[in-house]
Each structure stands twice: as C-alpha cells, then as structure tokens.
Design a binder for this molecule. Sequence first.
Ligand code: GTP
Ligand code: MG
Length: 252
Amino acid sequence: MFILFIIGTAGSGKSLLTASFTSWLKMEGQDVVTVNLDPGVLTLPYTPDVDVRNYVRVEEIMEKYMLGPNGALVMAADLIAEEAQNLGNEIEDLKPDIAIVDTPGQMELFAFRASGPYIVSELTNEPKAIAYLFDSVFSINPLNYVSNLFLSAAVYNRFYVPQMHVLSKCDFLPPEEVNRVTEWSTNTDALDMAIEEKLSGTKRLLSRDMMHAIFRLGIKFLLLPVSSKTNEGLINLNAAALRFYNRDRWTD
Ligand SMILES: Nc1nc2c(ncn2[C@@H]2O[C@H](COP(=O)(O)OP(=O)(O)OP(=O)(O)O)[C@@H](O)[C@H]2O)c(=O)[nH]1
Ligand SMILES: [Mg+2]
C-alpha cells in the first residue's frame, strides 16, 4: 500500500485533485481509496471511503465547547490525533493499493500544529509521500512562487516525508506560462532572472535570499503541472508517486 497526502494552502485544489486523481487511478485499474481528514468540510467532490467527520465534527465542537469556527477548527485538529489509530485501521482494512488523503483546508492547522505530523507518522507504517500544491494563478508572480516554496520547505521540515510539487489548476494558464513556472523549479537562473525582471526593492532582495536559502537546503523538486478539470498531468503525478513507492520498497 502507498499513501499520498495532498497538502496545500486554502483553496489550492486539494479536494478536487483527490477526486480527479482517484477517478483516474480507478480507470487505470488501481485499487484506490479516498480519506478525508478535513473535519470542517460540508461538501466534497468525492465520497470518502474513510472520513474523519465520523470521529470529529467541527459543528459539534462549536456547540459543545461554545467556540467560534476557528477555535473549533484548532480543537478539532488536536482531537483528530487521538483518532489516528482508528483511521489507520479503517484504511488498512480496505487493503487498497493506494490511499489518497485530502487534508484540512487551513494548511497551518495541519502542518504547523503537533497533530498533523503525528497523524502522518501514525496513520500506518506503509510508504507515504506528500503532494504539495502550488495554485497556478497565484504562482506566476515570482514573489508568490518563492513564498509558496518557503511554505513547502516548512512543510517538508515538519513531516520528513518524500515530497513532490504540483502546479494545480494548470488549465487556468496558457501553456507558455505553465512552462515558464515549471522551469523555475529546476533552473535557478531562470527564477533569478524572473525575480530581477519582475520585482524591485525589498521584494527582490527577500525573494532572492529566500530562494537561495531554500535551494541550499536541497529542496528542489520538479513542479508537475496538473489539472483536475482536464486531467492533464495526472499521468505524471502517478509516475512520480510510483517512483517514491518503488524507492521506499527497495530501501526497506
Ligand atoms: N479550473 C480549475 N479549477 C479547479 C481545479 N482544481 C480545483 N479547482 C477549483 O478551485 C476551487 C477550490 O478547489 P478545492 O478542491 O475545493 O480546493 P481545496 O484546496 O480542497 O480547498 P479547501 O479545502 O477549502 O482549502 C473550487 O472551486 C474548484 O472547482 C482545476 O484543476 N482547474
Ligand atoms: Mg478541501
């Protein structure tokens, strides 16, 4: 079994990618299950096979503890950790080839509190990877791109799980823009040049220094353009996931 966690900032396309990638894998004949870890979500574009809302519900926490929506989400994030074992058992009972895990809308609640890394490590002992989403329209600005790279590096430092970078909603951009942004992920000089061209003053200095610091840490992953509307790039996402899976199996 292989577990793929979909992580990204609010609205970056996590839930729809969970839905589209799952359908695509099913068409390829894979035995795949979906896991919803968002306790506050009302509607999902897929029917989760394993759902955290069966254990923790944000509306109930709001009522019971008289909390507002954000306070309840923070509490929910911590309560989910106690259910890691149950959720893991549910996944293992289904015996899938691959489980796609949709994570909470507010990434910081999952990534930057103690509970997220605990859940990722305790859910199962099977090989895992994280797909970190870069929202297309947001990413064409080099400052936003580097800021997102920084967030991804922070996620990487929190989870210590193999990570891949996905340029989500790529159908929003013309192909030449998609190529330009994906080149930034492999070619430091191209990103340096975009920063010089498009940014000035403090923004330029900050972006350049952040970019070099991140690349020095060895965090340089190819950005895979993917669209959940057209299914473009799902084949490459699958190939990248398989590479991690096989690598994990060989090193076990
Ligand atoms: N055109 C296009 N729209 C997309 C794509 N993926 C997601 N969207 C749209 O972007 C919006 C947010 O998508 P979601 O999948 O809900 O994003 P999310 O990251 O799960 O959002 P939260 O869980 O609320 O943080 C929705 O309106 C989707 O229809 C895509 O590949 N192409
Ligand atoms: Mg979602």
